[in-house]
Design a protein around this ligand. Structure first.
Ligand SMILES: [Ca+2]
Ligand SMILES: [Ca+2]
Length: 167
């Protein structure tokens, strides 16, 4: 340890500057730019992430699908569907049921401000790009900006897709 530096200026006798507006009050907290959540609706949205975007052939990719309720009312019986992509195999005991190559899972209850995560494990059986999609297909409460089960191509927040490239 050397001598600690001295940050004082040499000119110690200068004038003290005082703010011309001495009655300073703190600024108010910033307001959210989001409209207030409708108290009678549940704004559900989906996100998806994957354990890797560049899996190897036969590797198992673990997808995490996050369902969030940003609305003003709890939602019950929130059903998520994820069509099984071609050339993949569902593996693991992660709670999905399959019907005609469409995987589905229902979240019994999603409180206001809460998120739930679903795990989907798929084994990759063909090289090249592979897109996995999910959407909300049912909910007990209406949503201000999305409609359940109306497809993957309309840009709503209750649908999601993710592309990986199998090496
Ligand atoms: Ca929504
Ligand atoms: Ca939708």
């Amino acid at each position: 340890m050397g001598i600690p530096p001295d940050f004082r200026t040499e000119a110690a006798g200068d004038a003290l500057f005082i703010s011309p507006n001495p009655i300073q009050t703190p600024l108010p907290d910033p307001l959210s730019n989001q409209p207030a959540a409708a108290p009678d609706k549940a704004d559900l949205s989906l996100r998806m992430s994957a354990s890797t975007l560049t899996p190897r052939m036969n590797e198992v990719v673990s997808y995490t699908i996050t369902v969030t309720n940003s609305g003003g009312r709890p939602a019950q019986a929130v059903r998520i569907v994820n069509p099984l992509p071609d050339k993949t195999i569902l593996v693991g005991e992660t709670g999905w049921s399959a019907e005609n190559s469409v995987l589905s899972q229902t979240i019994p209850s999603l409180p206001v401000g809460a998120s739930a995560q679903l795990i989907l494990q798929l084994q990759m059986n063909q090289q090249g790009p592979l897109i996995n999609r999910a959407q909300i297909s049912a909910s007990s409460v209406s949503d201000p900006d999305s409609t359940p089960n109306n497809g993957f191509e309309n840009g709503e927040d209750d649908q999601v897709w993710l592309k990986v490239r199998v090496r």
